[in-house]
Write a protein that binds this ligand. Structure first.
Ligand code: 4NP
Length: 157
């Protein structure tokens, strides 16, 4: 049996961006027939146990995906052993993950938009303090990145 890489998507609260990245990745993996281990987490602890922001749930539902059952959790150093790829939504998340990671982590750390040609190093902007249009932009970015990540796996399948 081939073993496929596992993915952890990380933002600040784990209620807006990273749940949408998780949803998009699950959707793309299912469409490709790949059984991947996929999860999301936040660097912060404020929303532990909470469901996704209602605006994120609405945006996912617009694409036919129900994320109401997702629950926020905080990322831990152990995640760098459990996952092959830890993927930060923005530079601040990336910096915090760097500090949290053990000296020689198993996981490879990257930014989500590193996986979108032309947008390498850019942030997935935090939609939390804006209106619903911010969540449309978030979905555009996370779904493009998820599509590219799954395509990269299929190439070496
Ligand atoms: P996320 O968005 O990191 O994309 O989940 C945020 C969620 C909550 C807060 C900030 C950003 N907050 O300040 O509580």
């Amino acid at each position: 049996m081939p073993s496929y890489p596992s993915f952890l998507f990380v933002c600040l609260g784990n209620i807006c961006r990273s749940p949408l990245a998780e949803a998009a990745m699950r959707h793309e993996a299912a469409a490709a027939g790949l059984d991947l281990a996929i999860d999301s987490a936040g660097t912060g602890s404020w929303h532990i146990g909470n469901g996704p922001d209602p605006r994120a749930q609405a945006e996912a539902l617009r694409h036919g995906i129900d994320i109401s059952g997702y629950r926020a959790r905080q990322v831990s150093a152990a995640d760098f052993a459990r996952f092959d790829h830890v993927i930060a939504m923005d530079r601040s998340n990336f910096t915090n993950l760097r500090k949290l990671a053990p000296a020689s982590p198993h996981a490879r750390l990257s930014m989500l938009l590193d996986h979108v040609p032309g947008l390498e190093g850019r942030d997935v902007d935090d939609p939390y303090f804006g209106g619903p249009e911010g969540f449309v932009a978030t979905w555009d970015q996370v779904s493009t990145a998820a599509h590219n990540l799954v395509s990269a796996i299929r190439v070496i399948r």
